[in-house]
Design a protein around this ligand. Structure first.
Ligand SMILES: Cc1cc2nc3c(=O)[nH]c(=O)nc-3n(C[C@H](O)[C@H](O)[C@H](O)COP(=O)(O)O)c2cc1C
Length: 253
């Protein structure tokens, strides 16, 4: 199998980076081919802009979807985007490592998705959701939060982490990728008292030791459930008889 590890963290001493290094080591020990996209290290520009393209489409302004489609068809997407797309095409599993920054993934990761999941190359109107181009691949989020487990719960003050991550997970689902239940490590920040800090460091060491087992399970664990294409009407509404699986797509009260 091939595992792509995508890392969105600027600090080599962060827990996110140590955790990602453990994912890379674990996947290698398990005999998988490992590809890495360390977004800050690569200086991957997360801003989609006309400057990335020799020509935009139409030529008098920058229609992002049409420009991506045009260059997908001509095989002339920016070289750094092509490299990332090839990694995704090659891999069976993508392990994403990132912290929560302002209730969402860092913009480095959001921008990577905006550029790499190019219209035409990664999706089009007939290849999305259940017919997505990357069907058969899996994705795992390994996420750190400053908020505690309680604060990140369904009724927590820092908001339900599963809901915060839902749009990112649904982006992958749009491409046909199965998303696995998120692995969250909470209460990570540099402002703890000495005792709490020691306790957290002990727990983190245990988490890292378990990573090989965790990566091994990524190939068999049951993915998260999303509504299927058949759950929607022709005009894109959840059918009355279909079960709502997320507050993002729900029946009226
Ligand atoms: C710009 C910024 C925004 C943040 N926003 C949040 C947030 O919305 N929710 C949260 O739980 N933690 C937030 N944090 C804390 C980080 O999630 C925390 O520092 C990180 O997960 C620690 O892990 P690391 O060592 O891998 O960086 C934020 C941190 C930064 C730098």
């Amino acid at each position: 199998m091939t595992v792509l590890v995508v890392i969105a963290h600027p600090d080599k001493n962060s827990f996110t980076q140590s955790w990602a290094a453990e994912s890379i080591r674990s996947a290698t020990v398990l005999g998988h081919e490992v590809l890495v996209s360390d977004l800050y290290k690569m200086k991957f520009d997360p801003i989609e802009k006309a400057d990335h393209y020799k020509v935009t489409f139409p030529s008098d302004h920058f229609d992002v979807l049409k420009t991506q489609e045009f260059h997908s068809q001509k095989d002339s997407l920016p070289s750094e985007v092509k490299v990332e797309l090839n990694k995704i095409k090659k891999c069976d599993l993508i392990v994403f490592h990132f912290p929560v920054w302002w209730f969402s993934p860092p913009s480095a990761l959001k921008g990577w998705m905006e550029r790499v999941f190019a219209n035409g190359a990664a999706h089009d109107t007939t290849h999305r959701f259940d017919s997505g181009k990357f069907k058969g691949k899996r994705a795992q989020f390994c996420v750190t939060t400053g908020a505690s487990k309680q604060e990140s719960a369904f009724n927590g003050r820092e908001a339900d982490i599963d809901m915060l991550l839902w749009p990112t997970a649904y982006t992958l689902k749009y491409l046909g990728i199965d998303v696995l239940p998120h692995k969250i490590i909470n209460s990570l920040h540099s402002y703890h008292s000495e005792n709490k800090k020691n306790e957290i460091e002990r727990n983190l060491k245990l988490e890292l030791q378990n990573q090989i087992e965790f990566i091994a399970k990524c190939f068999t664990v049951e993915p998260l459930k999303f509504n299927n294409d058949t759950d929607f009407t022709n005009d894109g509404r959840l059918k009355v008889a279909a079960k709502s699986l997320t507050p993002f797509i729900r029946h009226s009260e």
